[in-house]
Design a protein around this ligand. Structure first.
Ligand code: SER
Length: 324
């Protein structure tokens, strides 16, 4: 029986992953860990237990693990790439200090631990096309530095102390539920909001900027499946490349136009985000995840676009535009 603590449960991934885990396991066994100022609301609050757990406090993590007899921790606390550049010390404190706290509690209490890594763990010197699972990781951002450190520290704890640490490298995640905030891939979420609201989209990245992206339902499934995977098949742990689609602003904009003919986009470049995006891979090779735990995405750009637009229209009570 799994008793799960999600740290950062009210964030972009956590708010949806918590609800999914409460469907997969008894809802009362899935604890929503939040920080002051980001308390859970609505269904997230009502569907199961919630506890204040600040990842920078090892005591708070240990107390929650003790109180709920936790055997699995999902560590989702992080600052995304662009915002981390404005607060690098805090990014390290949460990304590395916070992970260290989770690892130590997991070692002492025998918990399994999931901590996402990212396409941001790669850098300028990484092969950018079909980036291999095992390759150069010399990221140029503090976000990437925390992710690579996290991958290595998690593998060390698995090897040295037998802690069951597992991870995937998430691409840019696209969802209509909780906005990302502060990432380099956020434009691929914002563009759908503009399209549905009938606004012209100002794109912060230039044409030809390819990055891996993924629809949230696939990302959530990956997080659950990697923790359920048969450990005897895993040659890797921290962290698996996973992929489903790669596009640039021109491709996603053209796809949206198929569904929203009047949609318009113009470029208003953000030099920080452009530099970060240029240092990241164009597309990842996820062969190892497919071979070692049967990873397979379900959504492509077309099916994601249809679902995003449909759900954002419902969210904002906006009628579908008449097709030309
Ligand atoms: N979505 C993240 C970001 O843009 C990358 O993992 O920072």
């Amino acid at each position: 029986m799994k008793n799960i603590l999600i740290i950062g449960a009210t964030g972009q991934i956590g708010s949806e992953l918590t609800m999914k885990l409460r469907k997969e396991y008894p809802a009362g066994n899935v604890v929503c860990g939040y920080i002051k100022g980001a308390e859970p609301k609505g269904a997230l609050l009502e569907s199961g237990p919630a506890e204040e757990v600040d990842i920078t406090s090892p005591q708070m993590i240990a107390d929650a693990v003790e109180k709920y007899n936790i055997d699995t921790i999902y560590n989702l606390a992080a600052l995304l790439s662009a915002v981390a550049e404005s607060r690098p010390q805090l990014a390290w404190k949460i990304g590395v200090g916070g992970l260290y706290n989770c690892l130590e509690v997991s070692r002492e209490k025998g918990c399994a631990l999931f901590t996402p890594s990212s396409i941001g763990s790669f850098g300028e010197t990484t092969p950018h096309i079909k980036t291999p699972q095992d390759t150069i990781q010399r990221p140029d951002t503090i976000y990437g530095v925390t992710k690579v450190t996290g991958e290595m520290l998690s593998d060390y704890y698995a090897r040295r102390f037998g802690v069951d640490t597992r991870s995937v490298r998430f691409p840019g995640l696209i969802s209509y539920v909780a906005p990302p905030g502060g990432g380099t891939t956020d434009y691929a979420v914002d563009i759908y909001y503009s399209a549905v609201k009938g606004e012209k989209f100002k794109c912060p990245l230039k044409p030809g900027t390819f990055m891996d992206m993924m629809y949230m339902p696939d990302a959530l499934r990956a997080a659950v499946e990697i923790m359920e995977a048969d450990p005897s098949r895993l040659k890797h742990r921290n962290s698996f490349n996973i992929a489903s689609m790669s596009f640039d602003p021109e491709i996603i904009s053209a796809k949206i136009k198929e569904y929203v003919p009047g949609f318009e986009m113009e470029y208003e470049l953000d030099p920080l985000r452009q530099a970060i995006a240029d240092s990241w891979p164009d597309s990842l090779d996820d062969t190892c995840a497919r071979e070692e735990w049967d990873w397979k995405p379900q959504y492509d750009l077309d099916s994601m676009t249809e679902d995003m637009l449909k759900n954002l229209r419902i969210k904002f009570g906006i009628a579908e535009p008449a097709m030309a």
